[in-house]
Each structure stands twice: as C-alpha cells, then as structure tokens.
Design a protein around this ligand. Structure first.
Ligand code: PBG
Length: 333
C-alpha cells in the first residue's frame, strides 16, 4: 500500500511536521464532538445526587439535573447521552421487576428529556444489575445466571424504554439471544425505528469498578461476571460475538472497555465495516483523573489523546465521561 520512498535525504519525514499548518495538512484523524456519547448517572434517591468519589467531576443527577445536562450537551453539539440509574436498595429484588416499571427513574428521565430537549438522542442500558438484589446483569437461581429467563426480562425492560422514547437501546448484559428477542419485540410493538447498539464484545473487566460505585452495585454483587462477560484473553471470540449480534439485528456494535482493547476495536471495524463504538469506561476515566489530580498528567492533553486513540483504531465514536469537557475544547463542529 505504501509507495516505495526514495532514500534519505530525499525522504525526510520531519518535513511535514515542521509547522502547525503542515501538521494540520498531514493529520489523518480528527476528533469531533459529533462522535461522542455522554454517559450520565441519574437517581431519585434523596441525597444521592452527589459526586461519585472514584470518578472526580462525575455527579449523579436528579430528573431535573438530567434534563439540564441534556440541554447543556445539546448546546455543546453532543449528539447523544446515555442514562445509567442509581437505585434505592429498597427497590432491588431477585426478580428485578423495577427494571421494566414504566415509572422507574430511567423511563421518567427519558420522557422528561424528550419533552424538553427533543433533539438529543437518548441511549439506555439494558441489563438487570441496577435493579437486582444480587448485583448481576441476569436473574440468578442457586448461584447460576439464567440466560433465557433473563432475556425475557431484558425484552420487557427494552420495550418500556422504547415506549418512554429511547432512541438507542444498549444491551450490556451479554446474554445469548437477546438481540433477536429485542428486535422481534420492537417490531411487534410498533417500535421498528428504535436502534440497538449492542455491547457485543464486553469483557469481564476490573475497569468497571468506579461505575459499580456510581450505580450502587458494588456492595450487592456476589461473585464475578465471568460466566457471561468475555475472557480478556480472547480476540477471535469478539469477532464471533459481533457477527452474531449483527446477524440478529444490531445496528451498531460496541467494544468495552476501550483503551485496553483497541486491538479489538481495530479488528471489528476492519472486518465488518459497521458503526463501531468503544466505551472508555469508568476505570479508564478514574485512572486518568487520579493522575491529573496528583499533578502527574496534563488533563487536556491526556483526555484528547486518549479520545484520539479510538478514532485511530477505527472507531466511529466513543462513549466517554469526558464528552462534556472535550466538547468545550473542541467546539460545536
Ligand atoms: C452494567 C454495565 C456496566 C457498565 C455499563 N453497563 C458494569 C458491569 O458490567 O459490571 C460499565 C461502565 C463503566 O465502567 O463505565 N451491565
């Protein structure tokens, strides 16, 4: 693919790096606010709308706060926000019924944002963990995660979110068969236009720790998620999962976490050429912010460089807790 270069000194690759103008002309990838999805945490638990200790600068928001955040995001040109609920431990059960309650915090926030900020796309999370007494993404019986029974719950949850007005459903549960089930149910319920961004290649990762604090799942989780989330030692399996989810009706796919799995992002985009997203997860954010707080890394530089890595790896976009700060620097373009 590369032309044969004449030998030095006729080839001097530093020539194109000499000035900012030349560097601009030679730049292959650019960051844009239009490629970002901003995850926000929401709650209706009194007093819980505070900063998440392991995620400096990230707060849980009330319904009203979520609407203001959506407004701010829309003004900054961020095309989508993604909602994650922190729920009252009292509503968590082993059957997880609150997950598909049309009046749960997520569904109320969707309706409120749709009424006041209709231009922003709303993405949701489909998994049972915020509503599950044992913190897992699926139903648990005798210590076993039940696949097919969980899928039935996820469908009810997704339909409730679609009815509330969600634009993008994000199944993050890693059960088998959930995309087919969701897609069929959406068609049958008159929601043929609702899109699915499948968390197709989601690894069993230690980088989700701060998120579990943010949604209040840390204390609840019994055991780990290795029987449904991927083994970090696998790469071919990610390709099979993406192929499977696309064949079942996913519109977009995601790799998660982000930076430790850029090789997977690259393989997925090269192989399928479909809208490919990465989730720069809570632990990645926490690592950067911890170093920034210590004065060890430069906030702006490292934030933007980390976001650029996703573009270079081939991602069409990224879910990132940095979306708002990055948007302020990048402008509304
Ligand atoms: C829940 C879910 C998780 C994340 C998004 N959805 C946590 C988990 O699977 O345990 C993690 C996001 C982050 O760490 O920022 N299914």
């Amino acid at each position: 693919m590369n032309p044969i270069l004449p030998p030095f000194p006729h080839t001097r690759l530093r020539r194109m790096r000499r000035t900012a103008a030349l560097r601009d002309l030679a730049q292959e990838h650019r960051l844009s606010v239009k490629d970002m999805i901003w995850p926000i945490f929401i709650t209706d638990v009194p007093g819980a709308d505070v900063e998440v200790p392991s995620m400096p600068g990230v707060v849980r928001r009330t319904l009203e706060g979520a609407v203001r955040a959506a407004e701010e995001a829309a003004k900054l040109g961020i095309p989508a926000i993604c909602l994650f609920p922190y729920t009252d431990p009292a509503v968590k059960t082993e059957a997880c019924e609150e997950a598909w309650n049309p009046e749960n915090i997520t569904n109320r926030v969707i309706r409120a944002i749709k009424a006041e900020v209709p231009e922003i796309a709303i993405m949701t999370d489909i998994a049972l963990d915020p509503y599950n007494a044992n913190g897992h993404d699926g139903l648990v019986r005798d210590g076993i995660i039940l696949n097919d029974e969980t899928v039935e719950c996820l469908v009810k949850m997704g339909i409730a979110q679609a009815e509330a007005g969600a634009d993008i459903l994000g199944p993050s549960d890693m059960m088998d068969g959930r995309i087919t089930a969701l897609r069929s149910a959406l068609e049958a319920a008159g929601h043929a236009d609702v899109t699915i961004l499948s968390y197709a290649a989601k690894y069993a990762s230690g980088f989700y720790g701060p998120f579990r604090d943010a949604v209040g799942a840390t204390g609840a989780l019994k055991g780990d998620k290795k029987t449904y989330q991927m083994n970090p030692g696998n790469s071919d399996e990610a390709i099979r999962l993406v192929a499977r989810d696309l064949s079942e009706g996913a519109d977009m796919v995601m790799v998660k976490p982000g930076m430790p799995y850029l090789d997977i992002c690259h393989r997925v985009k090269e192989q399928f050429g479909v809208p490919t997203y990465a989730y720069q997860v809570s632990g990645e954010y926490a690592m950067i912010m911890a170093a920034v707080k210590n004065g060890w890394l430069d906030h702006e530089k490292v934030m933007l460089e980390s976001l650029m890595s996703f573009r270079r790896a081939g991602c069409d976009g990224v879910l990132t807790y940095f979306a708002r700060e990055a948007a302020k620097l990048l402008g509304n373009g």
